[in-house]
Design a protein around this ligand. Structure first.
Ligand SMILES: Cc1cc2nc3c(=O)[nH]c(=O)nc-3n(C[C@H](O)[C@H](O)[C@H](O)COP(=O)(O)OP(=O)(O)OC[C@H]3O[C@@H](n4cnc5c(N)ncnc54)[C@H](O)[C@@H]3O)c2cc1C
Length: 462
């Protein structure tokens, strides 16, 4: 029974239907690339590879329709990939919330609205919010067709259990003391549940895109390099519920809301409408900080909804859609102290990690869909052009490192209630600060201003 099926657009909509992906390929079949995981990162890598005629095997553990626990905001960064992969028009023909701004509130209850860049909003390139069940279905359905049209295969209900390696002769030296020269050459997949048969598939390129517990990442980090996969200072716990009838969230166009509530700091409470009167309501907090709290996220959220002066009125006539309260983890892309590569290793001979498997979630906003799509494209580009996984690893941090590092600074600042009160208080009164924040969402150059003490001083003080 799917609780959102009844609550949103009825049980017979497109994204509630199974996706037919054809026959399971024979044991031992070889491909140009194997992509493990069919979320945004895997769909992006598989789609871009297939569009260039590569023979791809895309393996997904779940069977569609499937849910994904998320805040459901799909930012502007994602939309160029959604378009390039051929999904934007379909997405826009289904129910979705069009984001035009972000409202932030401070522990003291001041709030500031940051408009998304007007041009992006007009061009429908600013951002959407829609349930991941729907978004991922549209993306996977399109990509599975691209893969199969280009001579590849798609497996649903295939649980990748192992990565297979050669004996290490001739592998590229990854350049560290651990120096694992082995080359990945395939995967072992358990088909159709616990008692199903195990199949082996072969390829010179394996893309690990199976999320925060990706078996390819685990095999690479823990077995090949003896490095930890999880770092609780850089992993976040997230909890979401779907609600109906929340005051101020009735429309299909408007703002998403991020609230730095005193009982939730160091973390935040969000309200992201997903259209048709349904709102994604959730809380996220860095795991090592959550370890120090006596309450779990679910209890913290219940308290905010029932008691906080900003929200109790808004939720007075609202109801939670039963069965939608679920938690999951977000592997942040924040730079780590002793890591040999930042945010952690994302490549080995024959292996490219993308999205959550490469720990790329923005450590301030919690957005991970955009970086999953971006890294999927970059991995595909490196495979297509015969560039090495080690080059991919360097290019990935060059592209994403500056903004991830910036966001980490902002996350650390947001742990201080007094600073949030001061900043949001100032910003609520000064249009120049609101404009600066809009600019920062729009352009990388404007983000650089955050590094300029003089610019920040001038904007904040005068
Ligand atoms: C509570 C919460 C709120 C969030 N809010 C937002 C938000 O509002 N906006 C945003 O942009 N991001 C948000 N994120 C982050 C976002 O969900 C992820 O960054 C994003 O889903 C990463 O995509 P991915 O393709 O790398 O991994 P996933 O989306 O996790 O996809 C991985 C896929 O791999 C499959 N898989 C797993 N194991 C195997 C296996 N052994 N074999 C084969 N397949 C396997 C899974 O079934 C899944 O389909 C949030 C995350 C959480 C937990």
């Amino acid at each position: 029974m799917d609780p959102m099926g009844e609550a949103r657009s009825g049980p017979d909509v497109m994204w509630k239907q199974p996706i037919h992906t054809g026959e399971v390929p024979g044991d031992g079949t070889a491909y140009d690339a194997i992509v493990v995981g069919g979320g945004p990162g895997g769909a992006s890598a598989a789609g871009y590879l297939a569009m260039e005629g590569q023979r791809v095997l895309l393996i997904e553990k779940a069977v569609w329709p499937r849910d994904k626990i998320c805040g459901d905001a799909v930012g502007g960064k994602s939309l160029s990939h959604v378009k390039a992969l051929g999904v934007k028009a379909t997405l826009e023909s289904t129910p979705h919330f069009r984001v035009t701004g972000i409202v932030f509130s401070s522990p003291k209850g001041h709030s500031v609205r940051v408009a998304l860049p007007e041009e992006d909003v007009q061009r429908l390139e600013a951002g959407y919010a829609l349930p991941r069940e729907q978004f991922d279905h549209l993306l996977f359905n399109q990509v599975q067709q691209l893969v199969r049209d280009n001579g590849g295969d798609v497996i649903q209900g295939g649980d990748v259990r192992n990565v297979l390696y050669d004996d290490g002769a001739g592998g590229e030296d990854p350049g560290e003391s651990s120096g694992d020269r082995r080359h990945a050459r395939g995967v072992e997949v358990r088909m159709g549940g616990r008692d199903g048969p195990t199949h082996t598939y072969l390829a010179p390129n394996i893309v690990g895109a199976a999320g925060y517990r990706c078996p390819v990442a685990k095999s690479m980090l823990e077995s090949s390099y003896d490095e930890p996969m999880v770092d609780r200072d850089h992993y976040c716990a997230g909890y979401r519920e779907y609600w109906r009838g929340v005051k101020g969230c009735e429309d299909n166009v408007g703002d998403i809301e991020i609230h730095f509530v005193d009982t939730v700091i160091p973390g935040y409470f969000w309200l992201f409408p997903v259209a048709e009167g349904v709102v994604n309501v959730g809380i996220g907090m860095v795991m090592s900080l959550l370890d120090k709290q006596s309450k779990k996220l679910k209890a913290l959220q219940a308290e905010v909804i029932a008691e906080h002066p900003l929200f109790k009125e808004r939720f007075a006539n609202a109801s939670m859609i039963p069965g939608t309260g679920k938690g999951w983890q977000l592997p942040f892309g924040s730079p780590r102290k002793k890591a040999p590569r930042q945010p952690r290793r994302s490549a080995a001979n024959g292996v490219f990690l993308v999205g959550d498997a490469a720990s790329l979630v923005d450590p301030f906003s919690g957005e991970g869909v955009g970086n999953a799509l971006v890294s999927g494209e970059m991995a595909a580009d490196h495979i297509l052009n015969g560039k090495s996984p080690m080059d991919y690893q360097e290019a990935l941090w060059t592209a994403l490192g500056p903004e991830l590092t910036n966001s980490y600074r902002m996350q650390k600042m947001s742990r201080r209630a007094w600073l949030l009160n001061w900043f949001v208080g100032k910003a609520s009164k000064k249009p120049a600060i609101q404009e600066m924040m809009t600019e920062m969402i729009a352009s990388k150059e404007a983000q650089e201003n955050l590094h300029s003490p003089w610019f920040m001083f001038k904007t904040l003080m005068f």
